[in-house]
Every structure is written in C-alpha cells, then in structure tokens.
Design a protein around this ligand. Structure first.
Ligand SMILES: Cc1cc2nc3c(=O)[nH]c(=O)nc-3n(C[C@H](O)[C@H](O)[C@H](O)COP(=O)(O)OP(=O)(O)OC[C@H]3O[C@@H](n4cnc5c(N)ncnc54)[C@H](O)[C@@H]3O)c2cc1C
Length: 469
C-alpha cells in the first residue's frame, strides 16, 4: 500500500499503519489517495484535510483492537458515521485517523413484544426504518438525511428531526448501548429495559457526545407501532401569533399530532419555486405543515379535517391544502426540508437554534433587523420545527471565503439567542463550528464538568480532539 510510511514509528520500527494492517487486515486500512474524498468533510463542508489513515473495521473487536493500538501510540481518532452532520464534528485533521463505522452495519434483532431493535452503529437510518416497518413497527426518529445518516451518528448527535413533538429526540428512544472507549475497552450494556435505575445512566452520557467519549458500536432502540395513516396539510397563516395559537389548539385537540413545521414567507416562496411548485401563490407570511399519525386511518382523517376546518373558522389559518396522497405530502415536505436551497444560496450558513415559542416571532424580527443593519445584502430565511421551539436559519455568507465576516454574522444571531435564553444548537450539535459559542448557552461550571467527564473517559484526549469542548 502506498502510504505504509504514514504515522509515527514505533520502537519496533513499524509504523502505526503497519500495526493496524497487521491487526485489522489490509482491506480495512486506507492510506493516501486510497482515502475517498467523503472522509474529508461532513455536510457542513468545513473539512479540508485528508486524514492520515482511514479505518473501516468490520467488527466491534476490530474497533477495540484499533483503539488499543492508537491509545498506546497516542494517536488521535475521529469517528465517522454517514457524514451528514452539519457542525463539522466528523471532519478530521491531517494528523488524525478517521474511523468509519460503515461496515459495522445491520439490524441484529427486532423484539416485537418488547418493541425494541438491536442495531449496529453503521446501519443507515432508512435501513433500520424499513426493517422495523417489515414487522409492523416504526423507528420513532426521522430526518431529511435518513438515506445516509447512521444510527451511531444520530445517537452521537442526539438527532431530532420532524417527529420530535410526538416521539421525542433520539435520547428518549435509546435503551441499551455499546461503545468502545479510547483505550479500546468495550463498554457493553445492550439491555432493552425501560426501567433500569442501577446508578448513572451511561448510555445517556454517550447520546449527544459527538464522538468525544467513545465509539458507539451498537444500540437497543425503542420501536413504536406503525401508524395506519398519516394526514398532512400545508397551511397559510397571517403571522407568527397565529402559529402559537395553532400549536396550542393542535396540542390539546389533535390527539395524534406528529409534526408542526414552520416556514417564513420568503423561505417558503424560494423553496416552492426551486421545487417547481405553486402551492400558495403569492406566498403567505407564514406557511406551516401540520401532520398527524393515526392507528385508525378513516377516523384519523375525519378528525384531522374537522380540526383544520375549526382553525379556518377561527381565522387562525387563512388557507389549508390537505395532501390527498403520499406523493402530495412528499411535495410539502420537500419544500420544508429544502434540499434544493443550495441552488439559490450556494454559500449558505445554516444555523440551528432553540428558542421559547413565545419569543420566536420577536426573535425572528430582531434577527432580521440586526442582520440587515450590518449586512444589508445578506438574506436571512427562517424555518424549522416550530412544535419543538427549533428554528433553522439560512444566511448568505457576507463574503464567501471571508471567515471573519461569517463569524461576525453568526455572532449577531447567537447574541440574540443568548439574550433570549435560547440554545445555540437545537439538534446539530457543537462539533467545531459552534465550539467558540458554547459559552453562549452553557455556564463556565457546566463546561468545566463536561471537560472533566471527557478527561475521565479519554485522558489522552484521543477521541475527536478539538470538538465540543
Ligand atoms: C438533508 C439533511 C437533513 C438533516 N436534518 C436533520 C434533522 O432534522 N435533525 C437533526 O438532528 N439533524 C439533521 N441533520 C444533521 C445530521 O443528519 C444529523 O446530525 C445526523 O445525526 C448525523 O449522522 P451521521 O451518521 O451522518 O453522523 P456524522 O456526520 O458522520 O457524524 C456526526 C458526529 O457524530 C460522531 N459519530 C458518528 N458516528 C459515531 C459513532 N458510531 N460513535 C461515536 N461518534 C460518532 C462524529 O464524530 C461527529 O461528531 C440533517 C442533515 C442533512 C444533510
């Protein structure tokens, strides 16, 4: 292999690459140009460096062996899942080894009685969803990156998605877990119990740890009954106060509410254009997708329609389109998920914040005002998971390539978040991109405790160095 010279020389004269090849097999160790570009950056496009080595182990034992070797040599390691992260968490430096979980994949077991799934970390979320559906069950987590993100990645980032209002974040859906520690020991507790108060909940410690505490290799996830039907509507509203009222009514009157997603008018107008649709023309000040799941399709549909009719009558909604098919619902969701936004905003800064729903309308107005005052040409578009108080903000870079100005723009938004007591990361994590802003949402004492936990589990700071804390 080309780069057997890579890495520090051991006392024996072997390089770390030699040692990893001997332990894992040459087909699991990639060097130099054999490392694909996909190992350089996640979806944030913030990674620029090819890692020293890419490992693609085939088993938990191989991950453990690799970490033992890296630990002995003081070698840093970056765990990589589906590389769909938006915070730079999986991006390596040139001196890091990247460890991809992609070959440790597959659903090991589904227990229909306990409604749990034991799944390997490298399994693509959509594969896990399909396996559950084949048993009449569902994985309670869903997000736009479902076709690429991995179970290990969603656990490591505590991913949210569009069903959080009903099924909660990843954290609430994990029961057991297994992870390889920085020194190669395997921490395994693959239980499926809902109640297990036997000391500290270690699984929860790893949820949202972004690869800094251990390499997640397997998990036991909760499953839910597969709904018989989904009812989806796209609604037009006059202002954000109407969204708050809609949310209040939906929470109490719509039994099986599963999503309330909001798009401010300029985001909606741009994305419906990019999708080649004319759903509402002209675009309303606010558009909302409302969705409910039901076990009884006909009863559910009638309830859903009655609810929308009442909201129209009370003038909370000014218009509503009910999807008549899965395809029509998918069109609404395509506008909301906004995959095509890069066509119109190639130099996009994508922020993800949490704010109390009661303050969200004012937050948006103040952000627009503050951004325009400093960067009049920058577009600021708002959309997100309104039901969870989670907003995404799409901004043009003030000057592509000028990190200083991008940083200034982000600081304008994060200062507003801090002033309103929100969180600078609702679901994408901290990674490298938000590390400097962690103090906007966490106290010095909290950050100090996080550092202590990190040192306790990874005293040499080998796992995902420079990320989170
Ligand atoms: C189109 C699109 C839509 C998205 N929508 C949402 C959304 O609605 N909600 C949401 O929360 N996120 C969303 N995301 C962000 C992203 O998909 C999630 O953060 C996802 O959980 C990342 O999973 P991944 O496997 O791609 O992880 P990666 O991007 O590969 O890694 C993310 C982090 O987890 C660590 N990691 C990965 N695997 C492991 C492992 N096995 N053990 C330890 N650490 C690991 C990495 O080191 C890194 O720090 C979206 C992204 C895209 C591109």
């Amino acid at each position: 292999m080309a780069g057997v010279e890579a890495g520090a020389k051991a006392a024996s004269g072997d390089t770390i690459a030699d040692e990893l090849i001997a332990a894992l097999g040459a087909d699991c160790v990639f060097l130099g140009d054999d490392i694909p570009a996909s190992a350089i950056s996640d979806e944030s496009a913030s990674g620029t460096q090819r890692p020293l080595i890419l490992l693609r182990p085939r088993s938990v034992e191989a991950v453990s062996q690799a970490m033992k070797i890296c630990s002995r040599r003081g070698q840093t390691v970056v765990p990589q899942g589906g590389m769909t992260g938006l915070a730079g968490g999986a991006c390596p430096r040139a001196t890091d080894i990247a460890l991809s979980l992609d070959r440790i994949s597959g659903v090991e077991a589904i227990d229909p009685d306990a409604m749990t799934m034991t799944v390997r970390a490298g399994t693509i979320l959509q594969v896990a969803q399909q396996a559950a559906e084949a048993e009449g069950l569902m994985v309670p987590i869903d997000l736009g990156a479902r076709g690429s993100c991995q179970i290990g990645g969603i656990i490591a980032t505590n991913a949210g998605g569009s069903n959080v209002i009903r099924h909660r974040m990843t954290r609430e859906n994990i029961l057991g877990f297994e992870a390889v520690l920085a020194d190669g020991r395997v921490l395994s507790n693959l239980h499926g119990m809902v109640k297990n108060n036997t000391g500290y909940d270690l699984a929860q410690l790893f949820v949202g740890s972004e690869g800094t505490l251990g390499i997640i290799t397997r998990a036991v996830m909760k499953l839910k009954p597969l709904p018989a039907g989904r009812h989806t509507a796209l609604c037009a509203l006059a202002d954000f106060d109407a969204v708050v009222r809609l949310l209040q009514h939906a929470r109490s009157e719509l039994r099986d509410l599963s999503a309330i997603e909001v798009m401010w008018g300029d985001y909606f107008a741009l994305l419906q254009d990019l999708e080649g649709e004319r759903l509402f023309h002209p675009a309303p000040p606010i558009a909302v997708i409302i969705e409910s799941e039901s076990m009884e399709p006909h009863k559910g549909a009638a309830e859903f329609e009655e609810f929308l009719a009442a909201m129209l009558e009370q003038q909370i909604l000014s218009d509503a389109l009910i999807a008549q098919s899965v395809r029509e619902a998918a069109i609404f969701w395509a506008v909301r998920e906004g995959d095509k936004i890069y066509h119109a905003m190639p130099n996009l800064i994508n922020l993800d914040i949490s704010i109390d729903i009661g303050r969200m309308g004012r937050f948006v107005l103040e952000c627009v005002e503050a951004v325009k005052a400093r960067f009049p040409h920058v577009r600021a578009l708002f959309y997100g998971h309104a039901g969870d108080g989670n907003l995404h903000i799409a901004l043009d870079m003030p000057e592509p390539g000028n990190d200083h100005l991008s940083h200034e723009l982000e600081t304008i938004i994060y200062t507003k978040v801090q002033q309103m007591g929100g969180s600078i990361s609702a679901e994408h994590g901290i990674g490298t991109l938000k590390r400097d802003y962690l103090r906007y949402s966490r106290s010095p004492e909290e950050i100090e405790v996080m550092r202590r936990i990190k040192i306790a589990l990874d005293p040499q700071c080998l796992l995902n160095p420079g990320k989170v804390v």
